[in-house]
Structures are given as C-alpha cells and as structure tokens.
Design a protein around this ligand. Structure first.
Ligand code: SF4
Ligand code: SF4
Length: 297
C-alpha cells in the first residue's frame, strides 16, 4: 500500500508551520505510529533544528545545465553574446568570453550557434539531500546552495526519496514540512498528498496568503483543513479565518494559543507540543481529525 502523505503548508513564512509540523511528528511518535519525516522547506529548512537528524546517506542534487565556454576553441566571433536573451555572456577583462551561471537559463541556443563548438552545457550541483536518523524515525531533508534555483525539483526529490524508503520499509505515513508561499515548491509539496493542513496566523496579510494556499490545495483536489496558530493575538481576524472555513466548507482543525511557553520551547530547541501543555491540548484534536481523514482516504 502507498504511504499516506500529510503536508503542512502556510501562505507565508513565519506562521509557525514548523512548530506545528514538529508537534505532529512528536504526537504521532507518542502514538506509536511509524512514519518518515520529509523537510520540503528546502529554501529555509529548519526541521533539523528540532529533529536533530544524523545523516547516513548524502548525495548531490544536480539542477539545470549552464553554458561553459572553452577558451582554447573560442574565436571571439561574438555570435553567442549577441544571441543570448538573458545577457549571460560577457567579455572578461582579459578579452575572453565568459558565462554568468546565475543569468544563464540553460536554453542551449549559444551551444547550437557556436561555429566552432566552443560551448558545452555543464550540469550544476545546486544542493545536497540527506537520509537521516532522528529520535522519531527516518528523515529526508535537503540543503539548497545560496542563490540556487530549482527548489521545486529538490522538493520533488525529497518526497520521492521519502516514498522510496516508506515503500521499502512498509512505513504507512510521510509527514511533510512544506515550503511557505504558493510557488512551484509548494505545488511540488502538495502534489500527490493525502491531506494538506494549512497553518494560518491571524494577521491581516497572513489571511490573504492563507486563502491563496487553500486555493492551491483546492486546485489540486487534495483534502485539506485550516489550523490557526498564534490564536489570541487578534480575535477579530481569527473569526474571519473561522468564517472563511465555514463559508467554503473547509474543515476547521482547531487553534493553537500564542503563549510564552512556545517561544521558550523554541529557544531551547524543544518541540512545542512536548513542552507546552496548552499547545498539546489544542493540537490533539486537530491531529486526530487529520489522521481520521487520512485513514479514510
Ligand atoms: S560563439 Fe563560440 S566562438 Fe563565438 S564568441 Fe561565442 S564561444 Fe566564442
Ligand atoms: S544557454 Fe542560453 S541562456 Fe545560457 S548563455 Fe547560452 S544562450 Fe544564454
């Protein structure tokens, strides 16, 4: 049987998504369930701070290819520089032709056009992914090089590795800490999920971002629900979130109070649900609802 994938996302960063995901991990572990943790927030991975993974496998992640010019073959004809729509090719101080890898889109036009075959496309290592052990179970995570693109593909890789391991070891669940926002990495994180929990904080801008995150889950036809984090900081906005869920018929999973205890736990690198009784109490109901939906699917 394919493992069930439970993904936590938020419309924006800073909502406490990882606080909730790590609490879910802790809760599932307490229940004696077997699962794999997948940190798909590859641009700002921070699950490792709480999960303390010990890698036992590590591999490079190769992204797109970029053009590279061979000085020894180049005849300085300037054809490539004129053709490149991304202004990626420039003449260096010593007169040689160079490619700025951050600008190169990998379109291969210059490679095709070069009359002396002085250009070749070279695959770029843009990050690394890891299989690790944690006190809660296996974890797949990754690190993207600063400034590197392709985070959507790296998210797909992280999830793929989590599925391979889950199927091999007959592990029934994959818990995914998804990326914030609604871009390509989120699409990759949601794709194929059994359930998406949208974590929202009750601030004005966060409500708008939450709506876009919900629409993304709806677009992919993935069962989803809304969970408020940092409840108590703005009761008016909290009611707006509950009302939004009611109007659209989206399951409301619950709300986690904003307490000093959560801040203290994070400072000490502790999981909120394990350290804060009020958080644990608030989340148990939400997590139970998630598991119910996932097990029925
Ligand atoms: S097209 Fe080829 S030969 Fe001409 S400048 Fe570019 S790399 Fe050099
Ligand atoms: S591969 Fe495309 S984008 Fe990259 S340098 Fe060549 S023409 Fe420019």
């Amino acid at each position: 049987m394919s493992p069930k994938e439970i993904v936590f996302i938020s419309g924006k960063g800073g909502t406490g998504k990882t606080t909730i995901t790590s609490s879910f991990v802790w809760w599932l572990h307490l229940k004696g369930e077997k699962f794999i943790i997948a940190d798909a927030d590859v641009d700002a991975a921070d699950m490792h701070i709480l999960m303390e993974p010990r890698p036992w496998k590590e591999e490079e992640f190769v992204g797109k290819s970029v053009a590279q010019i061979n000085d020894e073959l180049c005849t300085y004809c300037d054809i490539c520089r004129g053709l490149c729509r991304f202004d990626a090719i420039y003449i260096d101080e010593d007169g040689t032709y160079r490619v700025n890898p951050f600008r190169c889109d990998g379109c291969t036009l210059c490679e095709i056009a070069c009359p002396v075959q002085a250009i070749e496309m070279v695959p770029q290592v843009v990050g690394r992914w890891f299989l690790s052990r944690t006190p809660y179970g296996p974890m797949v995570h990754a690190r993207l090089k600063p400034g590197a693109e392709n985070s959507g593909n790296l998210v797909t890789m992280v999830k793929h590795q989590a599925h391979l391991l889950a199927e091999k070891e007959e592990i029934p669940y994959i818990v995914v800490d998804g990326p914030p926002g609604i871009g390509c990495p989120v699409t990759s994180a949601i794709s194929g999920a059994s359930f998406v929990a949208v974590v929202a904080e009750p601030s004005f801008s966060a409500i708008h971002d939450m709506e876009r995150a919900v629409e993304t889950a709806e677009h992919f036809g993935v069962p989803h629900g809304i969970l408020i984090n940092k409840a108590g900081i703005n009761p008016e906005n909290e009611e707006k979130i509950r009302d939004y869920a009611r109007r659209r018929g989206i399951p409301f999973l619950g709300e986690v109070p904003f307490t000093r205890c959560v801040v203290d736990a994070l400072v000490k690198r502790e999981i909120a649900a394990s350290s804060c009784e009020e958080v644990r109490g608030a989340l148990e109901g939400a997590f139970g609802k998630i598991l119910e939906v996932v097990n029925e699917s």
